[in-house]
Design a protein around this ligand. Structure first.
Ligand SMILES: Nc1ncnc2c1ncn2[C@@H]1O[C@H](COP(=O)(O)OP(=O)(O)O)[C@@H](O)[C@H]1O
Ligand SMILES: [Mg+2]
Length: 231
């Protein structure tokens, strides 16, 4: 589904991602783990076309996307849930969901379906973005990305700052999405959330992949955990 091949990404003269490569297969949940400042968000921004890599390639279903504008990448089936959630504060829940929706005959995700998965959003349908709790905003951000009917979903630290019960709920939703065959790239700092959902993990530090492995391999690797993760 997604192939990232030796990308280098800069902010001005700061060299952030250094020859970064990894892949996400269809229906797979892959976690990108690393400490604050490791380059996780920059990786997602590079995929989405907000920060163009200076070299290397990014392919979606085999087609290069690294020179395409962000709206085109979204339209080609990549849903993005940004770290700051990006809810429109003065639009209602319903408007937030429908403003960028992408639908087509046979599309899985409709307003009704999203409300089935997130009943809380139906209850809050007429509330404005700024009236929602942190957990509700996170759900709305995920639901809005689903309304694009993506094949690949990118999530930037969805559990950050949320109560354990809400984190649990979000993990349940990700499991449902995985069952439906959606490919997910999850960015996390929290090892427990990562182990609860992902098939494979990549640990990033200073813009380079330092470890790749399964949940069992990561759990067993004390040196990777203590060097690159906050555990
Ligand atoms: N807009 C920016 N301009 C310059 N440097 C940035 C910018 N955004 C992030 N950085 C730097 O890039 C590095 C990686 O940041 P980021 O990708 O946000 O890390 P993470 O998401 O893993 O916490 C950090 O050193 C950060 O200070
Ligand atoms: Mg980040």
């Amino acid at each position: 589904m997604l192939e990232i091949d030796r990308i280098d990404t800069f902010y001005g003269e700061s060299h952030i991602l250094r020859g970064l490569s990894f892949q996400v297969a269809q229906g797979e949940v892959v976690c990108l783990l690393g400490r604050n400042g490791a380059g996780k968000t920059t990786t997602l921004l590079s995929i989405m076309g907000y920060v163009a890599p200076r070299s290397g390639s990014i392919r979606l279903r085999g087609r290069p996307i690294h020179a395409r504008p962000a709206y085109e990448i979204a339209r080609s089936g990549v849903g993005f849930v940004p770290q700051e959630r990006g809810i429109f504060p003065s639009l209602s829940v319903r408007e937030n969901l429908t403003v960028f929706a992408r639908t087509f005959p046979g599309a899985r995700w409709t307003l009704q379906r999203v409300y089935e998965v997130f009943p809380r959003l139906r209850e809050r349908e007429r509330n404005l973005g700024f009236q929602l709790s942190g957990g509700e905003q996170q759900m709305l951000s995920i639901a809005r990305a689903l309304m694009l009917n993506p094949d690949l979903l990118l999530l930037d630290e969805p559990s950050e700052g949320l109560a354990p019960m809400i984190v649990h709920e979000i993990i349940q939703v990700m499991r449902e999405l995985k069952k439906e065959g959606l490919a997910i790239l999850l960015v996390e700092q929290n090892l427990h959330t990562a182990l609860a959902i992902a098939d494979r993990h990549h640990v990033i530090n200073k813009g380079e992949i330092m470890f790749t492995g399964t949940s069992a391999e990561l759990e067993a690797d004390e040196s990777v955990k203590s060097r690159y993760l906050a555990v």
